[in-house]
Write a protein that binds this ligand. Sequence first.
Ligand code: GLU
Length: 470
Amino acid sequence: MTSTVRVRFAPSPTGHLHVGSAHTALFNWLFARHHRGAFILRIEDTDRSRSTDENIVAIVDALRWLGLDWDEGPPAPGYRQTERFAIYREHADRLLAAGRAYYCDCPPELLDRERHVAQQRGETFRYSGRCRDRGLGAGALRLRVPTEGATVVNDLINGPVTFEHGQLDDWILVRTDGTPTYNFCVVVDDVTMRISHVIRGNDHLSNTPKQILCYEALDYAVPEFAHVSMILGPDRSRLSKRHGATSVQAYRDAGIPADALVNYLARLGWSHGDQEIFSRVELVELFDIKDVASSGAVFDVTKLEWLSQHYLKTMDGGQLAELVEPFVRAAGLTPPADRERFVATLDTLRERAKTLVELVEQGRFYFERPSAYEPKAAQKLLTAEGARRLGLVIERLERAPEFTATAIERVVRALTEELGLKLVDIAQLARLAVTGRTASPPIFDVLALIGREESVARLRHAREVAERAA
Ligand code: GLU
């Protein structure tokens, strides 16, 4: 199969990139990369009333963020369906000339009436074929579908699925107003883009027999098909907004690293033993469409967050700094100019956070002075005695020969011993003064990272508050 593999992801830009679509895109991308084939991006924007340029930008952006790079596609011309009408027209003319398609001028009212009758009988409406042999020269162009026999979709994930032709009808290829229909565009595009494998959501499985008949009418080889199951919500209905966030953008904004989302989506409906953590290289190497399950997988935010935490914990420090930076700024804060110090700061935070947003929130005090102290702790610690202790800490820290975590710890330990106190008595006081909170990364690390000048300024401020309260 090597190098002849050509797959495509074909989003309709009627909204942002849904995680279900991203899942399909990822499987296509993994399949292409595994077989050293081509991954093509095609924008299905024929539904002009619902497609927007803004959505195209958002989808392209989300794919780039996920790292699903395409070998062919926008911004190169010819990968948006609205740019391809001449190609559809040409194929429509060919089908007409070969007698595989015919014009139909049945008025909409007539078809509506027939549709209504079918519905009342509890049947699906099928066009009667009234215009099949009338040899008309204008109207809606319909595909001549055999009335006998069946089309079998040999799906790589679902196995053979049979569709009786009696259940299909002569569907419309081109409407009376000249616009091609969705199923027709997909076939022409997949043929002209030389797609070898159509990997898409199984909500399109029922379109596939219609499309196969169109390939055959055009005398084109039929590609392989693989219909990927929908992603489900916890109630096992198709994942939708009422289950929570569904767009890739929402997870990006929440601060889930792209690698974590890719790892998570790869494991939805695909497995390799009981392994959970996969690098991209491993995914490309191990991905096999045969291992994709035909049953739907439930979207589990807790597991996604678990993976996110894993990636935050283990990724390279420099890379983490790069990912966090926009989140720091979005929170109205400024990251330290000193990169090394920034990375060291993040090292104290990365163990605990599930998302980049959480990480910034937990480390907010690194980037700005606390605007308040936790009230209960302040009441307990910022007293006359607290002020006295803070004064001593300030004095010692100002005099400390160096300002590393070890040096600070040594100085503070010595002080607690002199005062006959426990380390925690001073540590909690300093923590409250410097972070405003009662929980933080190890306080000596925090002090060292914040630096002598700023630490002392914060301790002074807390002492003033304590004096005022006393
Ligand atoms: N544009 C279709 C969708 O967004 C995909 C069609 C296909 O993959 O064949 O659902």
